[in-house]
Design a protein around this ligand. Structure first.
Ligand code: GLN
Length: 483
């Protein structure tokens, strides 16, 4: 039962092959048995799950239908869940029970999804390895000595290990696509503004975007359908109609123009990954796509720009966690300054503190123009590169990451080495574009992802290309040994 995709679950529930309650019990038992190896959950919500499953079964018995009605999922632990701990992977929020549901959580619940729990993540979504979580590192089910990627590492490891079919995640600089690549999943970062950020604990507000992590493009379409849409509570949410993502999955790829940026194949890319990307290009050519070399000349500046803008926004967003208005409070403060210093010093981990310091520095008078403003100008150049490229092609294709999942601890002493691994993903966040990662093969037994980028609001196109690719390849069906 645990091998089923969301699409298969929807069919099974509609055909009364099993109930949501039965399926939920099977998956909860599987989580209890296997998750101790992975550490992919911060909180389990068994009671809520069984209650939601029974309610979904009752709705189906009353004649209701829907692809998410009775479907088990989990939420990354930065989506606020009413009355349930929402920790953001931090000691700062270890005892925070959100007073309301994030829009994404509420929308999925009303579509009938069943919440099994809250998944582990890098602290405040800062990281690429899920090692900065207050609740400990998450292991990659493909090799327990390797990281699952981050910051949505818990969602990725749980779905890859077949503990559940799909989960929500967020992507500020790659945190949906990179863990998808590292664990052999399909993950979609939507256009900025497509999915409401209301009730998503902010890391870098101009970059953050929620999206689905699942095993197939078909399942990402189902989950995105339940997440997307305008929300008056989020001033950056965009009022565009949500298309039927499942309906366009079968569009032919005949004549699809795919751009491959020459800058992607530089020295930093593992040659074995480059070869797998070329194989996936050939596969898409067989399906009718036309390949064209393109250029994204400002790509090399994206990492420095991102690692100024994201920390700058983070330093501002995280100022609310002061031990008074929000968050952990230290014991026996001597005075107000001591209260602030120790609450923040004890409540935030090392990586979060590093980013707050970098961000506050970049925003300070005297440095603002040199760093923050400069970074914003680079951001515009990155966007302009994409706009020029999309005049010539429909989709941009390349690797999701330059290397496969590294060993736990391998980059702990060198944060910049980890930042460099984000080279292919962060440009889409800087430009606000949608991006998808899908399985493309293995290197040393570790999964490799191919990334697709599309113009604004063309999530349906990305899912269509990925679905057609998955109908003709079987990488996404591979299961990690032991799970
Ligand atoms: N690795 C990037 C960072 O640490 C991206 C994280 C994310 O997308 N949340 O900022």
């Amino acid at each position: 039962m645990h091998q089923m995709t969301l699409a298969e679950i929807a069919r099974g529930l509609a055909d009364k092959k099993f109930s949501s309650e039965e399926l939920t019990k099977v998956l909860l038992a599987r989580i209890a048995q296997l998750d101790p190896q992975l550490n992919s959950f911060i909180s389990l919500t068994e009671d809520l799950a069984l209650q939601q499953a029974k309610a979904a079964d009752a709705r189906r018995a009353n004649g209701e239908s829907g692809a998410l009605l009775g479907a088990p999922i989990a939420h990354k632990d930065l989506f606020c869940t009413q009355g349930i701990r929402t920790s953001c992977g931090s000691k700062m929020l270890d005892n925070f029970k959100a007073p309301y549901d994030a829009t994404v959580v509420a929308k999925l619940a009303s579509a009938g999804a069943v919440t099994l729990g809250k998944t582990n993540m890098d602290e405040f979504a800062m990281g690429s390895a899920n090692e900065s979580s207050y609740y400990g590192a998450v292991k990659n089910p493909w090799n327990l000595e390797h990281v699952p990627g981050g910051s949505s590492g818990g969602s990725a490891a749980a779905v890859a290990a077949r503990l559940l079919p799909a989960a929500t995640a967020t992507d500020t600089g790659g945190s949906i696509r990179q863990p998808a690549a590292f664990t052999n999943l399909t993950g979609l970062k939507p256009t900025y503004g497509r999915v409401s950020r209301w009730g998503m604990i902010a890391y870098a507000s101009s970059l953050d975007q929620g999206g689905p992590l699942a095993r197939t493009a078909e399942d990402c379409a189902i989950l995105l359908q339940g997440m997307a849409g305008f929300d008056a509570n989020d001033s950056t949410s965009i009022d565009e109609p949500v298309p039927d993502y499942s309906a366009s999955l079968n569009t032919s790829l005949q004549g699809l123009r795919i751009g491959v940026p020459k800058e992607y194949f530089s020295a930093g890319l593992d040659p074995r990954i480059a070869e797998l990307i070329h194989t996936s290009i050939k596969e898409l050519e067989k399906l009718g796509a036309v390949i064209k070399e393109i250029s994204l000349p400002n790509m090399q500046h994206a990492i420095p720009a991102y690692y100024v803008i994201a920390p700058a926004e983070a330093s501002s967003n995280l100022s609310r966690f002061d031990g008074v208005r929000f968050g952990y409070r230290c014991d026996d403060p001597k005075n107000l300054e001591d209260l602030y210093k120790r609450s923040r010093g004890e409540g935030f981990g090392a990586e979060v503190q590093r980013r707050i310091m970098v961000g506050a520095y970049a925003l300070s008078a005297g440095y603002y123009d040199a760093y923050y403003l400069k970074a914003q100008k680079i951001r515009r150049l990155v966007k302009n590169d994409f706009m020029a490229a999309f005049n010539e092609v429909d989709i941009i294709l390349g690797p999701t990451t330059p290397n496969p999942a590294w060993k736990l601890g391998a980059k702990n002493s060198d944060p910049v080495a980890a930042y460099l691994e984000d080279v292919y993903t962060i440009t889409a966040n800087l430009a606000g574009l949608p991006g998808l990662s899908m399985p493309a093969g293995f290197v040393d037994g570790l999964p490799v992802g191919v990334q697709l980028l599309a113009p604004y609001f063309q999530e349906g196109r990305l899912l269509n290309v990925a679905h057609q690719y998955q109908l003709n390849t079987d990488w996404h069906t591979r299961t990690p040994t032991g799970f």
